[in-house]
Write a protein of this length. Structure first.
Length: 495
C-alpha cells in the first residue's frame, strides 16, 4: 500500500479517465494496485480481487433505500428506510426483516434525498437503565410554505422508546422540529457523542445549484439571536448541530458572532459522513460540487469554507459563482447550467475568501483550472455529473478494531462509502488521528453504497445500498443498472 506523508496525501491529486478519484502522489511506486491511484475502469474492478481474505454475501434485499445502518445491542442491524418511511431491524444471519416503526407522516419525494434518514441508538439501549431510546430524523411537510421559495418540506429529530418485548418503537417525542428540509443535500447523519450529546449534519439544501440556483447559499450564514429565540432554524443549512438529548441548546456550545445556537461547525455542503474516532475526535466526509469531496476533522466552532472554498484554498478548478447575486440581469432571468456561468454571475476565487477556515484532511477529485468537465462518456443524456472528478462520499465509519481481533492492519482507519464510483475506501489514520496517511479503494461495483455497520468482532462490514440512481460502470460511463439494489451486503474477513 502506498505510504506518504499526510501533506502529500492531502495535496496531490491525480485525475484519470475523466473520473478521477485519487490522491496518490504521481509516480509513487505502488506494490499493490488496490491502493488508490489505480486507473478507473478495468483496473478498479480488479480492486475486488486485490482485497483477499474476504467473503461476500447478500444479507437482505427489498429495503426501501436504506440510509443509516447500525449494529444494535440485540445483535440486529437497525436500518432507516429513506423511501420506505420506516425503521427496520434486520437479522444479520437470516436477513429476516421486522418493522420497528412505520413513520407515515414522513415525506419522501420520488428521486429526492428526503425521507426517513438519520438514526442513533442510545448507548444504554437494552441495558436496563431506563434509556431504551432511539433517535431518528425525518422529513415532513408543513402547512406553512417558506417565504419566497414556497418550500413546504422540513425536518425533525424525534426520540422513540424501544420495547424489547414487542420489538416496537413507540412514544415519539419531538426533540427539534422545523429544521430546513428539501429534496437536495439533506446530509442527515445523526450520532450519539461520547459527551452524551447528539450530533447532526444538515446540508446546504442544494442552494445555488440546479432547481435552487437562485437561492443564496447559507452555509456561511450564522443564526441571529432573534432567530434562535424564535426557534427559527433557517440558518442551520450547511452546518453540524450539537444538541442536548432533549433537543435544547447545550450551554457549552460555541458563541458564533455572539450567538449560542445548536451550531457546532459551519461552512458545509453535503456531509453524509460523520463518525467519532479515538479520543473523541470527530470525522466528517462531505460531497464536493464538480471537484473536491472532503474528509474533515471537525473542531468546535470551525468554519469549513463552503461555498467560498471547496477542498483546500488553492484556486484550482473551483470558483464560487453566486447565481443569486447576478447583476444587472437578475437570477430569475437566467437559465441554469452546470457547465457555463453567465457573465452577470459574480465569480469569486478561493483566495478572495480571507476568513479563517479549516482545511480538510484530504480531498478526492481535485483538478486544476481548465479541466474539461464534459467527458464524452457522459454526454448521452447530458449526465456529465457522473463523470466529474468527485466520487460522492455517502458515509464515514471509524474502524478501531476494538473489540479485537478485527482485520490485520485496519486499526485506526476510516471506512468511506461512495455513490458515483461505487466503492468503499479505507483511509489509514496517523497514530494521533489527525492526518490520513494512506488510502485504499475496495469493492468497486455497479452499486451506490450508502452506509456501513460493523459487527462486534470488527470482522464483518455490512454495507447498505441505494435502490436506484446512477453509478459509473466499469468503463466509466453512467449506468442505472444497479447490482444488489435496496440491499445489505456483508464483506466478511475470513483469512
Ligand atoms: Ca471544506
Ligand atoms: Ca479548492
Amino acid at each position: 500500500m502506498i505510504r506518504t506523508t499526510a501533506a502529500l496525501a492531502a495535496l496531490v491529486t491525480v485525475a484519470f479517465g475523466g473520473s478521477a478519484a485519487s490522491a496518490a502522489p504521481t509516480g509513487s511506486a505502488s506494490p499493490t494496485a488496490s491502493a488508490v491511484g489505480s486507473p478507473a475502469g478495468a483496473s478498479s474492478r480488479a480492486a475486488l480481487v486485490l482485497t483477499p481474505g474476504f467473503t461476500r454475501r447478500v444479507v437482505a434485499t427489498g429495503l426501501g433505500d436504506p440510509y443509516e445502518i447500525v449494529w444494535g445491542p440485540d445483535a440486529q442491524l437497525w436500518v432507516t428506510e429513506k423511501s420506505g418511511l420506516k425503521v427496520t431491524r434486520v437479522n444479520s444471519t437470516t436477513g429476516t426483516k421486522s418493522t420497528a416503526v412505520s413513520i407515515p407522516q414522513a415525506h419522501h419525494s420520488p428521486g429526492g434525498q428526503d425521507g426517513v434518514l438519520g438514526l442513533a441508538l442510545h448507548p444504554q439501549l437494552l441495558k436496563g437503565t431506563g434509556n431504551d431510546f432511539v433517535y431518528v430524523s425525518y422529513n415532513y411537510l408543513t402547512t406553512t410554505p417558506a417565504p419566497v421559495t414556497g418550500e413546504r418540506r422540513r425536518l425533525r429529530i424525534v426520540r422513540f422508546t424501544y420495547n424489547g418485548q414487542t420489538h416496537q418503537l413507540h412514544s415519539p417525542k419531538t426533540l427539534i422540529t422545523g429544521l430546513p428540509g428539501g429534496t437536495d443535500h439533506q446530509s442527515a447523519r445523526l450520532r450519539f457523542g461520547p459527551d452524551g450529546k447528539l450530533y447532526y449534519t444538515i446540508g446546504d439544501q442544494g442552494a445555488n445549484q440546479l432547481a435552487s440556483y437562485c437561492r443564496p447559499n447559507w452555509a456561511q450564514r450564522l443564526p441571529t439571536a432573534a432567530e434562535v429565540s424564535a426557534k427559527n432554524w433557517a440558518a442551520y443549512q450547511g452546518k453540524t448541530l450539537r444538541l442536548n438529548l432533549d433537543g435544547s441548546i447545550p450551554a457549552d456550545n460555541p458563541l458564533l458572532k455572539g450567538v449560542r445556537s445548536h451550531v457546532w461547525t459551519y461552512g458545509h455542503r453535503n456531509a453524509q459522513g460523520l463518525t467519532f474516532g479515538s479520543g473523541g475526535l470527530l470525522y466528517q466526509a462531505e460531497q464536493g460540487p464538480k471537484t473536491d469531496d472532503e474528509v474533515n476533522r471537525l473542531s468546535r466552532a470551525g468554519n469549513y469554507g463552503w461555498p467560498n472554498v471547496a477542498g483546500f484554498r488553492d484556486d484550482k478548478a473551483y470558483t464560487y459563482n453566486n447565481w443569486s447575486a447576478s447583476r444587472p440581469t437578475p437570477c430569475r432571468d437566467l437559465t441554469y447550467s452546470d457547465l457555463g456561468t453567465p457573465t452577470s454571475v459574480p465569480r469569486q476565487k478561493e483566495s478572495q475568501f480571507t476568513a479563517a477556515f479549516v482545511s480538510p484532511l484530504r480531498t478526492f477529485g481535485t483538478v486544476n483550472t481548465g479541466f474539461d468537465f464534459t467527458n464524452p462518456k457522459c454526454a448521452p443524456g447530458g449526465l456529465y455529473f457522473i463523470c466529474w472528478p468527485t466520487i460522492a462520499p455517502s458515509s464515514l465509519t471509524h474502524y478501531s478494531a476494538n473489540p479485537k481481533p478485527g482485520i490485520p492492519g485496519w486499526a485506526n482507519s476510516l471506512l468511506m462509502t461512495t455513490l458515483k464510483d461505487g466503492s468503499v475506501y479505507r483511509m489509514n489514520l496517523s497514530a494521533d488521528g489527525k492526518s490520513i496517511v494512506s488510502t485504499t479503494k475496495m469493492w468497486t461495483d455497479r452499486i451506490r453504497y450508502r452506509d456501513i455497520a460493523l459487527s462486534p468482532d470488527s470482522r464483518s462490514i455490512y454495507v447498505a445500498t441505494d435502490n436506484a440512481g446512477l453509478v459509473r460502470d466499469p468503463n466509466g460511463a453512467p449506468t442505472r443498472t444497479l447490482k444488489n439494489p435496496g440491499s445489505i451486503v456483508v464483506f466478511r474477513w475470513q483469512p
